[in-house]
Design a protein. Structure first.
Length: 43
C-alpha cells in the first residue's frame, strides 16, 4: 500500500513540474514576441 501511495505522489509531482515547465516556456515566448514587436517599432 505505501508503495502505491508513493507512486501516486511521484506522478502528481511530475505533473506539476511539467505544467510549470510549460508555463515558463509560454512566458518566455511571450516576452520574446514583445521584444520583437518593440524592435520592429524602433526600426
Amino acid at each position: 500500500m505505501p508503495e502505491e501511495k508513493r507512486r501516486a505522489e511521484q506522478k502528481k509531482q511530475e505533473g506539476r513540474q511539467k505544467q510549470a515547465k510549460q508555463e515558463r516556456q509560454a512566458q518566455q515566448r511571450k516576452s520574446e514576441e514583445l521584444k520583437k514587436k518593440e524592435w520592429e517599432h524602433k526600426k
